[in-house]
Design a protein around this ligand. Structure first.
Ligand code: ADP
Ligand code: S3P
Ligand code: MG
Length: 189
C-alpha cells in the first residue's frame, strides 16, 4: 500500500485519535506513537499529574519537544501513525512541524458523543471542572469553537468517528490517504 510516510491524527479530545491510530498502525504495518504516551513515559507520571504538579505550560513545552523529536527520529524506511494530544495543533510551531512532515487527519465527533466518551474514560484535566453532563457538553462546544480555526489550518483530511465503527474509520482514512499519496506521486513524476 502506498501511504504517506507519517500520518498524524489531530482533533478534539476523545474523538478517537489514540484508539483509531493504534488500529491504523496495526492495519498497515506502521509504527504507532501517541504524543501523550511519550510525554507520560518521559515524565514518569500521568497527564492529570503533570497538569496538577507542573502546570499546563510545562506540558505544552514537552508536547512541542516530543513532537519535534518523534518526527525527526522516524526512520525513512518505516512509516508512522502519530496520535497527537488534542491541544497540540493550537501551537503555531507544532502546526509547522505537522505541515512539514505529515499527512494530517482531523478526527471529528459531536459534543454529545465526546461527553459520553470523556465520562467513561476520565483522564482529561481540561474538562475535569464540569459540574454535570449538560455543563460538560457546553464546555466541549465552547472549547471546540475556540480551537476550530487552528485545527482546520493543520488539516489535510477530516474523518467523523460518531457513525462508523473504528475499523471503518481506519479503512476510510487509509483509502483516502492512499489516493492522496498516489496523486502526489503522479504529480512528482
Ligand atoms: N468509531 C469510533 N472511533 C473512535 N473511537 C471510538 C469509536 N467508537 C467508540 N470509540 C471510543 O471512544 C474513545 C476515544 O478515546 P481516545 O482514542 O482516547 O480519543 P483521543 O485520543 O482522541 O482523546 C475510546 O474509548 C474508543 O473506544
Ligand atoms: O485537548 C487537549 O488540550 C488535551 C488533550 C489530551 O489528549 P487527547 O486529545 O488524546 O485526549 C491531552 O493531551 C491533554 O489532556 C490535553
Ligand atoms: Mg489520545
Amino acid at each position: 500500500m502506498a501511504l504517506p510516510h507519517i500520518i498524524a491524527l489531530i482533533g478534539y479530545m476523545a474523538t478517537g485519535k489514540s484508539t483509531v491510530g493504534q488500529a491504523m498502525a496495526k492495519a498497515c504495518g506502521y509504527d504507532f506513537i501517541d504524543t501523550d504516551e511519550a510525554i507520560v513515559q518521559a515524565a514518569g507520571k500521568s497527564i492529570p499529574a503533570i497538569f496538577e504538579e507542573d502546570g499546563e505550560a510545562v506540558f505544552r513545552a514537552a508536547e512541542t519537544e516530543t513532537l519535534r523529536q518523534i518526527l525527526t527520529a522516524q526512520p525513512r524506511n518505516q512509516g508512522l501513525i502519530l496520535a497527537c494530544g488534542g491541544g497540540l495543533p493550537l501551537n503555531a510551531e507544532n502546526r509547522t512541524l505537522l505541515a512539514d512532515h505529515c499527512f494530517t487527519v482531523q478526527l471529528i465527533a459531536d459534543s454529545e458523543t465526546i461527553a459520553q466518551r470523556v465520562e467513561a474514560q476520565g483522564e482529561r484535566p481540561l474538562l475535569a471542572a464540569a459540574k454535570d453532563h449538560a455543563d460538560l457538553v457546553a464546555r466541549i462546544d465552547q472549547m471546540k469553537a475556540r480551537r476550530k480555526r487552528d485545527y482546520k489550518a493543520a488539516t489535510d483530511m477530516n474523518a467523523e468517528t460518531d457513525i462508523l465503527p473504528i475499523e471503518d474509520v481506519v479503512d476510510s482514512i487509509l483509502f483516502f490517504a492512499e489516493m492522496v499519496q498516489n496523486r502526489r506521486k503522479r504529480l512528482a513524476d
